[in-house]
Design a protein around this ligand. Structure first.
Ligand code: GDL
Length: 701
């Protein structure tokens, strides 16, 4: 590796080389020795120079930090350290003694030195002490010996640093390693001030930015912390870390850190996804970023856009990374692997990427099944994959479009039922539903091509995530099909007895959904609703407004039959105010214009039936003794207020002891018909003698 002071074409801080690379610092299964060696190769190829060994759940890194390595472990570490050297990568060995160290006990300092001496014997020259994620309260012995936690940490770190002979690279991770952890602020943090003043100047300090997972890191924030620490920090960047959420993976580009930061920092180490292979983008784009300096690189972005970094475009860096990654997907990693030979050729002029004409190749005879062939993965597939698993605070463009479309299709679901020739909304709804379906299909196709890719190691690291997104998208797709009236009952996500993949997320998902704030931190924020609705109890003064809505909707229902000629419904007398709803069984919906809907019920439907001389058989009334009616003006495009009202009504009816409720509908009233159908629990029922064009639906309570 380059000697101190040599820059390897990369930026300087003072006369020191800019530290760039990877920290294996996440919780969970550590990478294998083979993966780490592969990492060193990549780092060298892409111009990164450092690897910080800090796997949180490696026993001897943290939990049993005092224990020395066995001969077998030593052999592995020696090989690893030597592999790093071969690839010009600085291997920094980190230890995390903070869970239980007693700072004031000389035996503890001795144990730490003994352990690091052992690693030094393995050929390691660079070290790090980490005090992140630990209890901040000192034990009584330490309280007596040190005036603060910072003093305790600094004392042991300085002692170890000097014991090891002032290594060229020695990193310290403070307990307050981001602005959010500082009390009260970065500039007023006595902890950071002590660290800044007392830590020997040859020791560098790790910092994650404003938060543990920082969305953006600004130049000003780095200037502020540097002045307190009295040195520029090394960024421990958690932008691609995914150890805190098993459903997330980050395949977006390194982003929202201006390249103006580079001369103000001592270095950047990314702590990426727990899965090794999917880190191709995280590390490749960081390498592109590190090279993007006024002296080291060219301008990467057109002049004139103030918002953009002139030397680094995340989009371009992503495309570069994905283009290289595609090649890796397409090369087999299996000894004797065959798949590339059987990938369908994109054009007949092209040679297959790899031929496999081994003895075991089976050639189907006449009339036999042709061999299975898989479409090769494309760059567009990888772009889509990256968009679906982008960054912690941002979805990729396609993911955002899919969420927007789903949201629109949901809020305009009533348009789906509108008659095409009458309402242009329906045409729009259907074409947007088709577009959404196409986007879902692209996800499925991407999944298929990925799962046939020759490189199985990358696939296996991605597998759970791509299955998860495929299922999530599949549910949304089935839902939109159902709204559009094309859903097969078995495909309906909300049927009575769904398979376990119809209710996703396990217990943790259930906990989340039960919390009132569920979803309010979703990355896709709902566009502000234009209307605010209020549901309140019906009172006699609402009679006229309710009747007005009833008349308006009746005439909108079937313009061909004059109002007077339409046969009455049992519930009409409720809507016209001739019969009052039962207690707790009247609701009115208001928006900013005024009353825009109502829901009324009778616990006992008989008097209303009698009023229009409709004979409803006793057997029907036994199962469905109560009657409901609901109407909402077309300006209410959001179906949820109507669902709320019906839910509230049915719950009042149920608490009165009724076994069920029914309603009558005009067949021409497609909107209400659609509404009840989509509720799922309300089903058509047979009532003999209903006039033509009228049907009944009921629900048991
Ligand atoms: C942290 C931990 C790190 C973990 C990351 C993301 C630091 C300094 N420490 O706080 O080990 O991977 O969060 O969960 O970042």
């Amino acid at each position: 590796m380059s000697k101190p002071g040599s820059t390897g074409g990369r930026p300087h801080t003072g006369n020191k080389r800019f530290i760039s690379g990877v920290v294996e610092g996440f919780y969970g299964r550590p990478w294998t020795m083979e993966q780490r060696t592969e990492l060193f190769k990549r780092e060298q190829k892409w111009g990164l120079n450092t690897y910080l060994y800090a796997p949180k759940d490696d026993y001897k890194h943290r939990m049993y930090w005092r224990d020395l390595y066995t001969a077998e472990e030593a052999e592995q570490l020696i090989a690893l350290i030597s592999a790093a050297k071969q690839h010009n990568v600085e291997f920094i060995y980190a230890i995390s003694p903070g869970l239980d160290i007693t700072f004031s006990n000389p035996k503890e300092a001795a144990a730490l030195k003994r352990k690091l001496d052992q690693v030094k014997q393995f050929g390691c020259r660079s070290f790090s002490l980490l005090f992140d994620d630990i209890e901040t309260e000192m034990c009584p012995a330490d309280k007596q010996a040190f005036s603060s936690f910072a003093h305790a940490q600094v004392a042991i770190t300085n002692a170890v640093y000097q014991h090891l002979g002032d290594p060229e690279y020695f990193l310290f991770c403070p307990t307050d390693y981001c602005a959010a952890f500082c009390t009260p602020t970065v500039s007023q943090s006595s902890y950071l001030h002590t660290v800044g003043e007392k830590l020997l100047p040859g020791i560098d300090i790790l910092w994650t930015g404003p938060k543990v997972v920082s969305h953006k890191i600004s130049v000003e924030s780095i200037e502020e912390v540097s002045s307190v620490l009295k040195r520029p920090p090394v960024i421990w960047d958690n932008i691609h870390a995914n150890d805190y959420d098993p459903q997330r993976l980050f395949l977006g580009p390194y982003k929202d850190r201006s390249t103006e930061l580079i001369p103000k920092l001592r270095g950047v180490l990314t702590n990426p996804n727990c899965e090794f292979y999917p880190n191709f983008v995280a590390i490749h784009t960081l390498a592109t970023w590190c090279k993007a300096t006024p002296d080291g690189g060219q301008r990467d972005v057109e002049m004139g856009d103030e918002e953009q970094d002139p030397f680094y475009s995340p989009q371009k860096a992503l495309t570069l990374a994905l283009t290289d990654w595609l090649q890796e997907f397409l090369s087999t990693d299996q000894p004797g692997g065959r798949p590339a030979a059987r990938l369908k050729k994109e054009s007949s002029d092209e040679e297959p990427m790899q031929t496999d004409m081994g003895e075991s190749s089976y050639i189907p005879g006449p009339g036999e099944n042709p061999l299975y062939t898989a479409e090769p993965l494309t760059l567009d597939d990888l772009k889509l994959l990256s968009d679906l698993f982008y960054l912690p605070y941002e979805h990729g463009a396609t993911a955002r479009t899919m969420l927007q479309e789903l949201d629109w299709l949901k809020t305009h679901s009533w348009d789906a039922a509108a008659e095409t020739d009458k309402f242009s909304q329906s045409v729009e709804w259907r074409s947007r539903a088709q577009r959404f379906d196409d986007m879902c299909e692209a996800v499925v196709q991407m999944f298929n091509r990925l799962s046939n890719a020759p490189n199985r190691s990358i696939l296996y690291d991605l597998y759970n995530y791509i299955c998860d997104i495929k299922s999530g998208v599949g549910l949304a797709r089935a839902y939109i099909k159902t709204l559009g009236g094309q859903g097969r009952p078995s495909a309906q996500p909300m049927n009575d007895d769904p398979e376990p993949w119809g209710f996703r997320g396990g217990l943790s998902g259930e906990f989340q959904r039960m919390l009132p704030c569920h979803g309010n931190r979703d990355l896709y924020r709902h566009p502000p609703m234009t209307a605010v609705y209020c549901i309140r109890s019906y009172c006699p003064e609402d009679k006229m407004e309710v009747e007005r809505i009833f008349t308006e909707m009746k005439s909108a229902g079937d313009g061909r039959v004059p109002l007077m000629m339409q046969p009455p419904l049992i519930c009409d007398s409720l809507s016209t105010g001739e019969i009052s709803p039962s207690p707790q069984c009247g609701l009115v919906l208001e928006d900013e214009i005024g009353v825009c809907g109502y829901a009324l019920a009778l616990i006992d439907a008989k008097p209303a039936a009698a009023k229009i001389q409709r004979a409803v058989s006793d057997s029907v009334l036994k199962d469905f003794p109560s009657l409901v009616t609901i109407q909402v003006l077309p300006r209410v495009t959001d179906p949820s207020p109507a669902k709320r009202m019906i839910g509230q009504l049915l719950s009042s009816i149920r608490s009165s002891g009724s076994r069920g409720a029914f309603c009558e509908l005009r067949q021409s009233d497609r909107r209400m018909l659609d509404f009840y159908t989509k509720l799922g629990s309300v089903k058509p029922i047979q009532i003999t003698g209903l006039p033509e064009g009228i049907l009944a639906m009921g629900t048991s309570l």
